[in-house]
Design a protein around this ligand. Structure first.
Ligand SMILES: [Zn+2]
Length: 237
């Protein structure tokens, strides 16, 4: 009977340590996703800036095309104006004048477009400059936050390994078969293998246990398990 009680007392200590280890491992398991979320948020901002850079390029290209178009028309106007000097008939003269007028009207529209697109280009350039600065600050912040999470992970690892040391010292005091049983349940029940009675219920699954079982736990002369969740039960002192 004393042997059993001693075993259980050691398991109680072990369970405390194991609960701690499980909690730490759970915490650690969340860390990669936290880092990923931060990295993805930054990548989205980076992509937005890239997109803006591309739209600036196409604005500049469109402006260039309009400028070339305008120059071409300018040359045509000059050509027609020279021809105008050698024209013989009134009809031809009017027709050329009409042509020139049309080209001038086209160029007026092009010029407006160019001015408008220059304004747009300036605006986008200013936005890009601002966002670049913001992104640089974000990158610095991202690195800091990733560094912080890495430090947290290292901290967790250190605590786990010190708990592991404590646990292996305790393990050497527990009878092998009992330890194996405890560890099997621990694994199956996510870190909770040994639970106290809470009133008339199992401290693990909270179901009400039969009086017979409660009596057996109180006797402390053998290891009793919960008939519902299979966890090991102990009498709370
Ligand atoms: Zn139970």
């Amino acid at each position: 009977m004393e042997m059993i009680q001693e075993g259980i007392n050691t398991l109680i200590k072990l369970q405390k340590i194991d609960a701690g280890i499980y909690k730490l491992k759970e915490k650690k398991a969340c860390k990669p996703a936290q880092k990923q979320t931060l990295k993805e948020a930054f990548a989205r901002e980076e992509q937005a800036l890239k997109d803006k850079g591309n739209s600036l390029k196409s604005l500049q290209l469109a402006r260039k095309e309009r400028e070339i178009d305008m120059e071409t028309k300018e040359k045509e106007i000059k050509k027609y104006q020279t021809q105008l000097l050698q024209i013989k008939t009134n009809k031809e003269y009017l027709s050329l004048q009409k042509e020139i007028g049309g080209l001038k009207a086209d160029n007026a529209v092009l010029e407006d477009d160019i001015l408008e697109s220059m304004e747009k280009i300036d605006k986008v350039k200013a936005e890009i400059a601002e966002e670049k600065e913001k992104l640089a600050a974000e990158e610095k912040k991202l690195k800091e936050e990733i560094g912080k999470i890495d430090r947290e992970i290292r901290g967790i690892d250190e605590r786990i390994s010190s708990l592991d040391k404590e646990r292996s010292q305790l393990c050497s005091n527990v009878e092998k078969a009992l330890l194996a049983r405890y560890e099997r349940i621990l694994k199956a029940k996510q870190g909770l293998a040994l639970v106290p009675l809470v009133g008339e219920s199992c401290g693990g699954c909270h179901r009400v246990l039969p009086p017979q079982v409660i009596n057996e736990v109180r006797m402390k002369d053998k290891i009793i398990t919960c008939g519902f969740c299979a966890r090991l039960l102990y009498w709370p002192e």
